[in-house]
Design a binder for this molecule. Structure first.
Ligand code: S3P
Length: 182
């Protein structure tokens, strides 16, 4: 069994990382951590403002910094931002600290789900979105486990992940009712 107590949800914007993460954390009685929210809390401003004022590379450094601080957080499900699994340094860290689950969502579904309302600074046009999606897939596929989320309900997706984990892939996930200190 892998002795790890952090589960990282990987995938493109709109794949459902936060929705599924909250459900998984609730069922496991683990903490839920949203990487973007942690960054916003630390910086005291929304992601789009961090991008516009400080630029993407500054934001990427923050992602790595928050990931490095997760060791001390106890059993947790972490929803990553869509770009966090692309940097080698982050993938290595995630691999060392926990177990990664790729929420594999078809591009058509992503396009429907992601409004280009400025909240996600990388969504400038649907053509750009498609290119970004295609360039990221090979990285997402390096995750430990992949779930197809395009045509499944959040309940089904969560169950698939829990069944997979309870087959002994991750420390303590076989006992999903064990309460943990938050
Ligand atoms: C990003 C995805 C966003 C957020 C930021 C950058 C990306 O998170 O981290 O806008 O590079 O794909 P979500 O995937 O939660 O939308």
């Amino acid at each position: 069994m892998i002795k790890k107590n952090l589960i990282f949800l990987v995938g493109f914007m709109g794949a459902g990382k936060s929705t599924i993460g909250l459900r998984l954390a609730r069922d496991l009685k683990w903490n839920f951590i949203d990487l973007d929210q942690e960054i916003e809390k630390g910086e005291g401003r929304p992601i789009r403002q961090i991008f516009s004022e400080k630029g993407e590379s500054y934001f990427r450094q923050l992602e790595t910094k928050v990931l490095q601080g997760l060791k001390t957080r106890g059993p947790s499900v972490i929803a990553l931002g869509g770009g966090a699994f692309i940097q080698d340094i982050n993938r290595l860290l995630i691999h060392e600290l926990g177990y990664s689950v790729f929420l594999d969502c078809a591009l058509e579904v992503i396009v429907k789900r992601c409004p280009q309302d400025g909240t996600r600074p990388l969504l400038h046009s649907s053509g750009g979105l498609e290119a970004l999606y295609t360039s990221r897939l090979p990285y997402y596929q390096k995750s430990d486990f992949r779930v197809d989320v395009s045509n499944q309900s959040p309940e089904q997706i969560t169950k698939t992940i829990l069944d997979h984990l309870s087959a002994g892939r991750i420390d303590d996930a076989h006992n999903i009712n064990r309460p943990v200190d938050i």
